[in-house]
Design a protein around this ligand. Structure first.
Ligand SMILES: *Cc1c(COP(=O)(O)O)cnc(C)c1O
Length: 477
């Protein structure tokens, strides 16, 4: 008898004894018949089996470790849709409590019981909401003055995260960039002022620049804008993109003024799923006061059983992250967050120091201000090397590590760097394992007789390299 004709046999076949395990998985069309759940599970699970372990991924900023209670709590809430506030009113309240806590970490002066903010799927949505609010506020003011509103712009450094390019393109708002250089690795307030005019809706400094890990000087920017605004009455505000820094600064540098303590900072966004220590996707945006959130951005719907006000680009979204964030606030407390961020920072500093000692490398900055940093290959070494950082990235991948190599933004794009982001879940012991794997990989690369394809490609761009090399000599002692 054919195996497939024997229903009884197949119902009892072991997962790997089944017919399905001999067939390719569906690519184009839905299969005609269903499959036993344990087989379907195994097929889906195994498709991702060979990927990097999330905690060995040092490229991402996003949380890859939460404790078992947080995980249980979030799994138990997996079926909850946040938007069904009538069905789950306590989730809406918990969300508002999280917004209050975040607002107070950022020194909100708002007196209302419930601070003005919104939940988002990540910093991208939170940045969009902050940007749109600035645009609408600008537009209302211009219209009241009888002035045109067709040419809005905003100002940011070339170290912007891609969401700001989306914001510019999707809302048709001109993005004016201030170039970063090795001499000026963060946003220069005087360069910002040169680009300001009556059509500037806001300036966006970044806390935890994705490319470098550095912080723009918001206090200096606020001061420069204050003088400019007094002179011109353009009243240009600041939106801080604190995707990473929003959950680092309040714990490790509480005295540093980058937040609502500054006059022109009217909104701040962050990623709850980065150093907020929650699994993806969660973002927060907070306004300094209700009056800075344009009424147009609050939408009311009445078909869920009550009148519900919602601020956000999404409608339905999972609620589990809110439970995860609230859990972390209770579980860790201020001191607990401080300890976790402190450890990430210490381990980042340790790696920074050890990598800085390796012959081929120079750190981009001597200081580590967020738990991430970048480095590059020093000129003297690079002159005769047969490999590039891309080759090192490939080598490390063989031991399971994801350590990305990439080129820097516009104007310093000739420069190839490598980055490590340290997060909760990465210990000193793992750092030592990584360093050993790096040393072994470099020793292997140094044995090469012929240049690698990526090295050859780099040499074809030699004139670019020469240009860079005049800036990036070996700064080591
Ligand atoms: C990560 C990041 C974003 C985008 O955040 P998501 O939470 O991934 O949507 C925006 N800005 C900066 C500076 C970031 O680091």
């Amino acid at each position: 008898m054919e195996k497939s004709d024997n229903k009884n046999c197949c119902d009892h076949a072991a997962v790997f004894g089944s017919e399905e395990m001999l067939k390719p998985s569906p690519v184009d069309t839905i299969p005609q018949h269903g499959t036993r759940p344990e087989i379907a599970y195994q097929m889906v699970k195994d498709e991702t089996f060979a990927q990097t372990q999330p905690r060995l991924n040092l490229a991402t900023f996003v949380t890859t470790y939460m404790d078992p209670f947080a995980t249980k709590l979030m799994n138990e809430a997996i079926a909850i849709n946040y938007i069904d506030e009538t069905e789950y009113p306590r989730v809406a309240v918990m969300n508002a409590k999280c917004i209050n806590i975040v607002a107070n970490l950022w020194n909100s002066p708002e007196q209302n019981k419930w601070k003005t903010g919104a939940l988002a799927i990540g910093s991208s949505e939170a940045c969009m909401l902050g940007g749109v609010a600035a645009w609408l506020r600008w537009k209302e003011r211009r219209m009241a003055q009888g002035k045109p509103t067709d040419k809005p712009n905003f100002i940011i450094s070339t170290g912007y995260q891609v969401v700001w390019e989306k914001f510019a393109d999707l809302w048709q708002i001109e993005m004016r960039t201030v170039p970063l250089s090795l001499e000026k690795p963060t946003l220069d307030p005087q360069e910002v002022i040169k680009r300001c005019d009556e059509n500037t809706i806001c300036v966006v400094p970044i806390q935890g620049v994705t490319w470098t890990g550095l912080n723009d000087d918001v206090e200096a920017l606020d001061k420069a804008l204050d003088e400019y605004n007094a002179r011109t009455h353009h009243d240009i505000p600041i939106h801080v993109d604190a995707a990473s820094g929003g959950f680092i600064l309040p714990f490790l540098y509480p005295e540093k003024r980058w937040d609502f303590r500054l006059k022109w900072v009217l909104s701040i966004s962050t990623s709850g799923h980065k150093y907020g220590l929650v699994y993806p996707g969660l973002g927060w945006v907070v306004w300094k006061d209700k009056k800075y959130l344009p009424g147009k951005m609050s939408f009311s719907v009445n078909y869920l059983g009550a009148d519900i006000t919602q601020v956000g680009l999404n409608f339905s979204r999972p609620a589990a992250q809110i439970l995860g964030q609230y859990y972390q606030f209770i579980r860790l407390g201020y001191e607990g967050y401080k300890q976790v961020q402190h450890n990430s920072m210490e381990i980042a500093r340790y790696l920074h120091q050890e990598i800085g000692k390796m012959t081929p490398f120079v750190n981009y900055c001597q200081e580590v201000v967020n738990p991430l940093f970048i480095w590059f290959m020093c000129r003297t070494y690079s002159k005769t090397a047969k490999w590039t950082l891309y080759d090192l990235q490939d080598k490390l991948k063989q031991s399971g590590w994801m350590v990305p190599a990439y080129t820097m933004p516009k104007d310093i794009e000739e420069m190839v760097v490598m980055r490590i982001v340290v997060r909760q879940g990465f210990s000193r012991d793992m750092a030592d394992m990584l360093l050993d794997d790096m040393r072994a990989a470099i020793a292997d690369l140094e044995k090469l007789e012929h240049p690698t394809p990526s090295r050859l490609a780099m040499e074809r761009n030699e004139h670019h390299c020469n240009k860079m090399f005049t800036h990036t000599g070996c700064r080591k002692k």
